[in-house]
Design a protein around this ligand. Structure first.
Ligand code: AMP
Length: 544
């Protein structure tokens, strides 16, 4: 028997409608690319979003069209998120850190008709425009005074486009499964793959991350998302903050420790989210200046594994509660969160820390399992590890127009294969051991490269570390630690190995350490281990 409740479609535009009506004066503050701080609130954003939607219609944008953005975190980018999706088109956020060839590929693959770009990225588009035949117009996200002379066909100025438009738009009532957003992931091999979100997946994701076991924002919070709007929707914060009525502070292009700290202080930020590298910069700045944040309560970290030393520094030196989270572009992106649960009240610090360094427990709505090489489920005992698979209403069901990428991406039951290798304990806390491709196999046993990297980053003289397996005649593979020393530090191989000795099993200890001035990264800031493996394929390990 069917129930008798209304079947109202979930829609992205309802989020900003709600925020404008019930949290209209809640601020949205942006450090602009042009330099000044811009301030307005949900009510004024709501009006401008409708002006922008009217402008998009005038430019001929139709439902289903892909409209791209290539921009920092700022209020105009936020407006585009809502205007494009709200009118039924697809907001394709482009990651400017991708390589030129990848950007060309994704713009053409997505058939973007328009590209909106911050001033910073005009040169990039001038360079690529000739190879983007389907793009009809470029809109520079600035005002008339800052509009550069540019070599782009049909270039428009954002503020000129919007001004004079009516601040009232008759939003279409969309099927909740209508595509709303598109974001490409860049692996280390092959072409980027597109994840196509829906209104439904986006709104459900926002509900879940707003729960106290997720990100848990309220209308008393001010959120500073350092995680970019151009990558994995800034963890969905542009949607979940309006739903919660939380204030927003957008940092623009300045993501160094000093700029972030000053913005957090001036805007009384209570909660923030970013990748470990950004927080290492913040910690360095605060240490150097003997200062600590005055209103920041919670700091979310994810995107790659947060080293224990970072979590401890933030919590013990600076009094900020750290929550480690995990997710993927293909998951909208949040899958897990390390928010403490009731059963952990009163636990000693060390026991809590052992949980904090894991990636947390699934948020409501996400299911997880780990499987062995044959696809058989492994126990959730905190010890068995295998590939992590997920399913849920905001997990991809297939890549955008890419049958090749779909092959092998799902198991027979339809779960999505994350490519991460993890353990899950009896309470559901998940710990990423490695990427499946990066796990080191020594004598048939697995070694976690991430665990060794994180331990090495606890060494005071090491700024960044990567661990890869190199061929070994007896053990097939043995770990090699490649480390970047901190500025002015000169660590030695033996000192680093001594430091690691009591932090891992004896057989996990790297066979060798090499020091380099920098490590290769992917366009999204992850260690590019394929390159390191190529580079060190013939590395001769010292004899034991
Ligand atoms: P992306 O889709 O670019 O966000 O990349 C997703 C991948 O980043 C995941 O599959 C993980 O390998 C990695 N990742 C994200 N968050 C974490 C985390 N907290 N710890 C370890 N790896 C992470």
């Amino acid at each position: 028997m069917h129930g008798l409740m209304m079947d109202r479609p979930l829609s992205i535009i309802s989020l900003i409608d709600f925020a404008a009506q019930y949290h209209g004066e809640t601020p949205i503050v942006s450090r602009t690319v042009e330099g000044a701080i811009h301030r307005y609130d949900y009510r004024r954003a709501h009006g401008r979003i409708q002006q922008l939607a009217n402008a998009l219609v005038r430019l001929g944008v139709r439902p289903g069209d892909r409209v791209a953005t290539i921009a920092w975190n700022g209020y105009r980018h936020f407006e585009l998120y809502y205007a494009i999706s709200g009118m039924g088109a697809v907001c394709h956020t482009i990651n400017p850190r991708l390589f030129d060839a990848q950007i060309k590929y994704i713009v053409n693959h997505a058939s973007d008709r328009l590209i909106f770009a911050d001033l910073t990225f005009v040169p990039l588009l001038e360079r690529l425009a000739a190879a983007l035949p389907r793009v009809e117009r470029y809109v520079v996200m600035t005002d008339r005074a800052h509009m550069p002379a540019i070599a782009l066909p049909n270039a428009l100025c954002y503020e000129e486009l919007v001004e004079g438009e009516s601040p009232s738009f008759d939003w279409p009532e969309l099927d909740e499964r209508t595509a709303s957003g598109l974001c490409y992931t860049s692996g280390t091999t092959g072409n980027p793959k597109g994840t196509l979100y829906t209104h439904r997946s986006t709104v459900l994701h926002a509900f879940s991350v707003n729960l106290s076991g997720g990100i848990g924002m309220t209308c008393h919070d001010t959120m500073l998302p350092v995680v970019p709007l151009f990558h994995v929707n800034a963890w969905g914060i542009p949607y979940s903050a309006p739903m919660a009525g939380a204030g927003l502070v957008f940092p623009g292009a300045k993501l160094d420790g000093e700029s972030l700290f000053s913005l957090m202080e001036s805007e009384k930020v209570t909660i923030t989210a970013g990748v470990p590298t950004v927080w290492l910069g913040l910690v360095d700045y605060m240490r150097k200046h003997g200062t600590r944040p005055s209103s920041l309560k919670t700091l979310l970290v994810g995107g790659s594994a947060a080293p224990r030393a970072l979590i401890e520094a933030l919590e013990q030196e600076f009094g900020v509660n750290v929550c480690h989270a995990w997710g993927m572009t293909e998951m909208s992106p949040v899958g897990t969160s390390g928010r403490l649960t009731r059963g952990m009240a009163g636990w000693p610090r060390e026991r809590i820390m052992a949980r904090k360094i894991t990636q947390g427990h699934a948020v409501y709505g996400v299911e997880m399992k780990i499987v062995d090489a044959e696809g058989q489920r492994l126990p959730h005992d905190g010890k068995a590890y295998g590939e992590l698979l997920v399913r849920g209403p905001w997990v991809t069901s297939g890549y955008f127009e890419d049958a090749e990428a779909d092959r092998g991406a799902f198991d027979a039951e339809g779960w999505f294969r994350t490519g991460d290798v993890a353990t899950i304990d009896a309470d559901g806390w998940m710990h990423i051991v490695d990427r499946a491709k990066d796990v080191i196999k020594s004598g048939g046993e697995w070694i976690s490269s991430i665990a060794i990297e994180n331990a090495a980053m606890g060494h005071p003289d090491i700024a960044e570390a990567a661990v890869i397996g190199v061929p070994h005649p007896k053990w097939q593979e043995r770990p090699l630690l490649i480390a970047v020393p901190r500025k002015d530090a000169v660590p030695t191989r033996d000192a680093v190995l001594d430091f690691l000795r009591d932090k891992m099993s004896k057989w996990w200890l790297p066979d060798d350490v090499v020091f380099v001035s920098e490590l290769p990264h992917t366009a999204t800031g992850k260690l590019l281990k394929t390159k390191l493996r190529d580079q060190y394929r013939d590395h001769v390990l010292p004899k034991a």
